[in-house]
Design a protein around this ligand. Structure first.
Ligand code: MD3
Ligand code: FE
Length: 209
């Protein structure tokens, strides 16, 4: 199912975080991702303060992460289509479960795959992922397309950050102490990636419900 497990590296200064360089062949994802996005298209969600997020987003799975004027939460229905979110392809959940297991997190069973799409200039400011019901479950992320610089702070949204460059096919697993650390993505630099062209996708797998 997976292809090229090269390594599983504990990340210095970020306990519970593991970096799995080129864990997955990114082109295998493309037709599955296209099928999901045909059902629930990418969209720029609004924040409670009325700003649009610079990354376009969608979801697949039993639940999906949404943001609007009412705030952030997980919802079973896609507000754009009025339908349930597309099913999570078994290839997606399989890769997430396997990555979690490789990093030492057994029994991970994601019910959400949040899809983020960045174009040049788009990023994500420092935040924590705290909308899930149980923080004992790790989060698994897969990067696709253009590379990006990710940064992790700590329990607080200040102080020095640890940088990590994420390339297409890289997987990162966050559990344990790092699960609630502040983190973000620096604005994307322009480029031309195979198939993904001038975009970066990031898939995060979560157990939200
Ligand atoms: C560290 N996405 O969707 S993935 C997000 O590349 C998000 O799209 C970024 O942050 C992206 O919330 C980074 C990596 C990630 C995801 C969850 C984490 C890092 C995390 C939870 C805790 C600590
Ligand atoms: Fe996050």
């Amino acid at each position: 199912m997976n292809d090229v497990v090269i390594d599983c590296l504990a990340v210095d200064k970020v306990p519970g975080m593991y970096y799995l360089p080129v864990f997955f062949e990114p082109l295998k994802i493309v037709p599955l991702l296209e099928r999901v996005l045909a059902q629930s298209p990418l969209r720029h969600m609004e924040t409670s303060r009325g700003f649009k997020l610079s990354a376009a987003m969608s979801n697949c799975g039993v639940l999906g992460w949404v943001s609007d004027r009412k705030g952030y939460r997980y919802e079973a229905i896609d507000p754009l289509t009025g339908n349930a979110w597309p099913k999570m392809p078994v290839e997606f959940s399989g890769l997430a479960i396997q990555a979690a297991k490789t990093a030492g997190y057994e029994n991970f069973s994601p019910d959400v795959c949040l899809i983020n799409c960045y174009k040049p200039g788009a990023g994500m400011s420092s935040h924590r992922d705290s909308d899930e019901a149980d923080f004992e479950h790790p989060i698994v992320s897969l990067s696709l397309g253009l590379p990006a610089r990710f940064f992790v702070q700590g329990r607080e949204r200040k102080g020095p950050s640890v940088p990590l460059d994420l390339a297409s096919g890289d997987v990162v697993v966050w559990g344990g102490e790092s699960r609630l650390f502040y983190h973000g993505i620096r604005p994307l630099k322009a480029g031309d990636a195979p198939v993904f062209e001038n975009q970066r996708f990031n898939l995060t797998f979560r157990k939200a419900g």
